[in-house]
Write a protein that binds this ligand. Structure first.
Ligand code: ZN
Ligand code: ZN
Ligand code: ZN
Ligand code: ZN
Ligand code: ZN
Ligand code: ZN
Ligand code: ZN
Length: 332
């Protein structure tokens, strides 16, 4: 590659589509901008090339594009932890600037080494907050974070931001009254911490139950539930999909007549149900998010914590208007 004839396509970062002011280059000679490279290596702990996915043990940040081989990077200043080398001190300091947490409101520059310190400053000095869910999950630079006042934060959590149509808010678990990053995270939580019918689930149903009591009601209504003897305290294993299964179980497990039981033993063998993994029964615990508390407006606003069941649907979650959210005054 000739350093004086940089191809037009190489002046634009393939990841963020911005013009590249500082190139990040590894041994495969696929340049990306230094912001994207820093984001990958420092924030996401990923060292592969975004173009060819080759693992880059080191990258060099340069202002003019050259071949990686032609760079005497061993003599350059570098960040050992992330294996990033810098063509000069200017480039190194521009890299460091990316990672600073600086207040965007103070007239005088106010810089913090940790994002948590900036967060505290914003809260105390400017009464501005960032979204806990976004800051936990989104790997972006401090300067890219959004700051909200209380009202805006509530709107962001429930509906998203007016200037960002790609995000429609963080979906709510109606049992816990707690929000999750996106629908995938919410679904993971529903499957881990609440209950669903393993028969209907296999048929593609998306119905969830806050606790086992409600699921067993469903078993009783829609399937076959044995509540005799030991089965009264069982979970999952005492529910049957068909009447045949149910009757076979009855005969094998609860028949008083030993002869009858022996006769039915061959049926029993076919219906050997393994117990499902016991789920954590915390569907009734109110998980109030951080400093968010819900306002009860004549019983309409607040969701019932003991809500029986809830059909999960991606569309419903996005379109459903969440109850009014108010924030407690900060005590920090
Ligand atoms: Zn980029
Ligand atoms: Zn590459
Ligand atoms: Zn400030
Ligand atoms: Zn958020
Ligand atoms: Zn929940
Ligand atoms: Zn079912
Ligand atoms: Zn039984």
């Amino acid at each position: 590659m000739n350093s004086t004839t940089v191809k037009e396509s190489e002046k634009t970062c393939v990841l963020c589509c911005q013009d590249i002011d500082i190139f990040a280059l590894g041994k495969c000679d696929h340049p990306v901008c230094y912001r994207c490279s820093t984001k990958m290596r420092v924030l996401c702990d990923q060292k592969y090339c975004a173009v060819c996915r080759e693992e880059l043990d080191k990258v060099v940040f340069v202002k003019k594009l050259k071949t990686f081989q032609s760079l005497p990077y061993q003599q350059f200043p570098f960040e050992k932890r992330y294996d990033i080398y810098f063509i000069d001190e200017m480039t190194h300091s521009q890299y460091r600037r990316l990672l600073l947490s600086e207040c965007v409101r103070c007239p005088e520059p106010k810089v913090f080494s940790r994002f948590e310190e900036l967060e505290q400053h914003m809260r105390k000095q400017h009464e501005l907050f960032c979204c806990k869910l976004c800051s936990k999950h989104l790997k972006i630079f401090s300067y890219e974070r959004k700051w909200y006042n209380r009202k805006e934060l509530a709107r962001h959590r429930a509906h998203g931001d007016p200037d960002d149509t790609s995000h429609r808010g963080h979906p709510l678990c109606k049992f816990c009254d707690e929000r999750y990053l996106d629908n995938d995270e919410l679904l993971k939580h529903l499957r881990r911490d609440h209950y669903f019918c393993h028969f209907c689930d296999a048929d593609g149903s998306q119905e969830y139950y806050s606790d086992y009591r409600y699921l067993s009601e469903h078993f009783r209504e829609s399937h076959y539930l044995c509540e005799e003897g030991r089965c009264a305290t069982e979970q999952f294993t005492h529910a049957f999909r068909s009447e045949i299964d149910y009757k076979a179980h009855k005969a094998a497990a609860h028949s008083k007549n030993r002869a009858e039981a022996r006769q039915n033993r061959h049926i029993d063998l076919q219906f050997n149900y393994a117990p499902r993994q016991q789920r954590r029964n915390d569907g009734m615990v109110g998980g109030e998010d951080y400093e968010e508390t819900r306002h009860n407006r004549g019983g309409r606003g607040r969701l019932q914590m003991g809500q029986k069941s809830w059909r999960y649907s991606r569309l419903a979650i996005i379109q459903k208007r969440a109850p009014l959210v108010i924030l407690k005054p900060s005590r920090l």
